[in-house]
Design a protein around this ligand. Structure first.
Ligand SMILES: N[C@@H](CCC(=O)N[C@@H](CS)C(=O)NCC(=O)O)C(=O)O
Length: 237
């Protein structure tokens, strides 16, 4: 980690080791690009400071600053993991096809992750693991919705290795959420083609590296501590 990469670019990633953060550490590992890592401890509320929100207005990780964008600006500041993946794919011309139809397929599955799999799996984590009240309806709703989304992915992967043509940012976006399948109450053995896709991804050095970045910072208990709950779950009336 750290400093300028071999092409003279300078990227700073604002990060915590969670699924949306892993998307970017995997992408940067796939690209073989060096970067500076700035931990933002979301269990201590570091995402809520005005300084951080001048970078990431929604107050969540990840965010990226590129101090040498290709268009000659002083810097590019990007929030939202899907937008960061698109930015990096376009800048380095990798993991996003150029041809219109192939590109559209990739963007469709990227948006499917951003609007479906990520938010629903996040709610499954919340109600299954983090909520201090165990609400049966919410647990059933989000566990079942994850099962439905896993079924959609499994069907898509029935006759292809990757979600959209070649290995792409769509696969990179989905993997960190499928990595947490146990937390969503899902058994990958029930989704044969999805499981094969998952194994293909987990066989990649960059994926394993990305999932391990700053793993030592993560403290699962902090997500359910009083401080963590107050920092993460907007519980004030
Ligand atoms: N749509 C956003 C979601 C980001 C997000 O939810 N990040 C979580 C960690 S995985 C976070 O920063 N949570 C802190 C909070 O909610 O206060 C993205 O994909 O970048």
């Amino acid at each position: 980690m750290g400093g300028m990469d071999s092409t003279g670019d300078s990227l700073t990633l604002y990060y915590w080791p969670t699924p949306n953060g892993f998307k970017i550490t995997i992408m940067l590992a796939e690209l073989g690009i060096d970067y500076r890592l700035v931990p933002v401890d979301i269990t201590r509320g570091e995402q809520h400071t005005s300084r951080y929100q001048s970078i990431s207005p929604n107050g969540k990780i990840p965010a990226l600053i590129d101090a040498s964008p290709r268009d000659g600006r002083d810097k590019a500041v990007i929030f939202e993991s899907g937008a960061i993946l698109l930015y990096l794919a376009e800048k380095y011309d990798q993991f996003l096809p150029k041809e219109v139809e192939a590109r559209s397929q990739t963007v469709q599955w990227l948006f499917w992750q951003m609007g479906g799999l990520g938010p629903m799996a996040g709610q499954a984590h919340h109600f299954r693991l983090y909520a201090d009240e165990k609400i049966a309806y919410a647990i059933r709703r989000y566990t079942n919705e994850c099962r439905r989304l896993y079924t959609v992915m499994n069907l898509r992967l029935r006759d292809r290795n990757w979600l959209a043509g070649e290995y792409s940012i769509a696969d990179i976006a989905c993997l960190p959420w499928i990595f947490r399948h146990e937390r969503q109450g899902q058994d990958l053995a029930e989704f044969t083609d999805l499981q094969a896709w998952y194994q293909r991804l987990m066989a990649r050095d960059a994926v394993r590296h990305g999932l391990g970045v700053a793993a030592e910072l993560r403290d699962d208990a902090a997500f359910t501590s009083a401080t963590g709950r107050a920092a993460l779950f907007s519980l004030d009336d």
